[in-house]
Design a protein around this ligand. Structure first.
Ligand code: NA7
Length: 539
């Protein structure tokens, strides 16, 4: 920002809103709509040149939902539900981006969205009791409330490989895929990373590249997605059953449509167990993960039994036994990392033009002008794709300089991990709702009730003639302790993944998302609201 730009807006010219929203992704769009319904003036500032957040930026080949499309869309408008036709059971990025644009147009949201406006800083003005944000172009805006709907997986992470900038070919991160695309046809492509993004991308681009080298550090448990078009008759049935679909989603731990089997895997015979595993294997999407015996999602015998079933499935699909063993996960428990869904991923490694490199065995030493050098070999490449994940949850907040009361920055406060009350507020940052921290699971199902709660909290402040709502230090302390205690016990805290910040060197380890199931989180929030926003200071 230049000083000329800063001076170009006089105090009177600085735009004033009740609520400033950072981001126009899935959560930001809905927050804008809700705030309007509640009679607030709200404005969203979005870094991208289009709306959609995750579905705007992640336009890499193969990117698609792993949740059933019709469980992922918004539920707030019956009209929208009835007029939008999801074309596939697990919809791809182009369609998902179209959907969010359709929503923005249908609800006339664009007039309150400024695109190409990256928010650089947000500072709380203690005299005026409001937040002032400054955009990259120097423009400023003020709002009584600030909502950071910046996404949980939007700050891309590229490891600090030596020589990273020396590469003479094309390189990009999956989460910042260029809008004009990347020409991969006939190219020698290297992909680093085999998480959910890498698995989708690798499967898709293996169809067109001349040679593909996959640099894998940790093998993952991946399951067949079994995507298919939605036929007309099914479309009708889905539209008729939205109330039941959403009711089911609200009842399950991760807001997915799948329900765990209440039986223990070990309570049935090995034959019955295998029959259930095989039956689920034939199903589409996350059924294999979330409809199984409940104890496959707990450390122990059932988890290991199911993990071995998965490992054998991988071995059956890969021709070369040595490559197959490299692809078989052995270092983490099934379900402790997010389960990537795939559409022919393992068969890619049967192609003659695909090479799997184990970079745990022989780590990447540096990026060279010609490609990638590991401890054992050099790989000449035209394109390097970093499918290396995200600095989750706090990373996207830290990209904005956020300063609260007494000059404290959120980044400093979160240096040893997030300190919040229920993931929505941090003491000393009044009227700031960090709603990227409190949801997990089927994202929109968790985000809608969360946005409802946050916007209603703002309405409560307004309607009761308060001007500030702020998490009390004590409530924050207790919640942070709860996240540490409860979080440490759950399966997704057991592996080294983004869920606990373990994918980023130097990041404090600790659960970054809600420690409780979605129904429990909602019940706790509702109770807090019913008790006059217990745990919050109102002034
Ligand atoms: P993930 O799941 O964090 O995966 C990142 C991948 O990148 C993973 O395989 C990592 O290996 C690998 N990685 C990261 N750093 C390195 C280095 N230094 N060397 C080699 N390999 C590395 O990110 P995704 O984008 O795939 O998925 C994120 C979420 O998006 C996902 O959970 C879905 O909810 C959608 P590692 O496993 O750490 O050994």
């Amino acid at each position: 920002m230049t000083s000329t730009q800063q001076q170009s807006q006089t105090a009177e010219e600085i735009e004033q809103y009740d609520v400033i929203i950072i981001g126009a992704g899935v959560t930001g769009l809905y927050a804008l709509w809700r705030l309007r319904q509640l009679g607030f003036s709200a404005h969203s500032f979005e870094e991208g040149s289009g709306v959609g957040g995750t579905w705007f930026w992640n336009r890499y080949p193969g990117c698609r939902f792993d949740s059933e499309s019709y469980t992922y869309g918004y539920s707030f408008s019956e009209e929208l539900l009835q007029e939008w036709d999801w074309k596939e059971h697990y919809s791809g990025q182009p369609e998902n981006e179209r959907y969010l644009n359709y929503v923005a147009d249908k609800f006339d949201l664009r007039r309150d969205i400024r695109l190409n406006s990256r928010v650089m800083s947000a500072v709380f003005d203690e005299n005026e009791n409001c937040w002032e944000v400054v955009m990259e172009d120097g423009n400023r805006a003020r709002g009584q409330f600030l909502v950071t709907s910046v996404g949980i997986l939007s700050a891309g992470y590229v490891p600090e490989f030596e020589g990273k900038d020396s590469f003479k070919g094309v390189s990009c991160h999956t989460g910042r895929w260029p809008q004009e695309g990347v020409d991969l046809a006939g190219k020698r492509v290297g992909v680093i990373g085999t998480g959910a993004s890498g698995v989708q991308l690798i499967t898709e681009i293996a169809k067109e590249v001349s040679h593909l080298t996959v640099f894998q550090r940790t093998a993952n448990f991946c399951a067949p997605l079994r995507n298919s078009p939605i036929e007309d008759e099914t479309q009708r049935e889905i539209k008729e059953s939205f109330p039941e679909i959403f009711k089911k989603c609200l009842e399950t731990p991760g807001s997915f449509v799948h329900e765990f089997d209440p039986r223990s895997a070990m309570s049935v015979t090995p034959e019955e167990r295998l029959e259930q595993y095989e039956r689920l294997w034939q199903k589409s999407g996350f059924a294999k993960w979330l409809s199984n015996f409940y104890d496959v999602m707990m450390p122990g015998e059932a988890n290991e039994d199911y993990a071995e079933f998965f490992r054998n499935k991988i071995r059956e699909r890969v021709n070369d036994p040595v490559v197959a063993e490299m692809l078989v996960p052995k270092t983490h428990m099934f379900g402790s990392k997010r389960l990537p869904c795939e559409s022919g991923y393992y068969e890619v490694f049967n192609q003659d033009n695909v090479l799997l490199v184990d970079v745990r065995e022989a780590p990447i030493e540096r990026i060279t002008p010609a490609g990638i050098k590991t401890k054992d070999a050099e790989y000449d490449l035209d394109v390097i794709v970093f499918a290396t994940g995200f600095d989750a949850v706090t990373g996207s907040l830290n990209r904005v300089y956020i300063r609260g009361e007494g000059g404290q920055t959120l980044k400093d406060k979160f240096a040893n991990g997030p300190r919040t009350y229920m993931g929505v507020q941090s003491a000393g940052f009044p009227n700031l709702f960090t709603i990227n921290q409190a949801s997990v699971g089927n994202f929109v199902r968790a985000a809608e009730p969360l946005v409802d709660w946050v916007t209603e909290a703002m309405a409560y402040v307004r309607d009761n003639e308060y001007s500030l709502i702020s998490a009390s230090p004590q409530a924050e302390e207790e919640w942070t302790q709860h996240v540490a205690d409860a979080g440490a016990k759950i399966l997704r805290s057991q592996a080294d993944s983004w869920f606990v910040g373990a994918n980023i060197p130097g990041k404090a380890r600790g659960l970054l998302t809600a420690p409780d199931t979605a129904p429990v989180m909602r019940a706790k929030r509702d109770e807090v609201a019913a008790n006059g926003y217990e745990g919050f200071l109102l002034q």
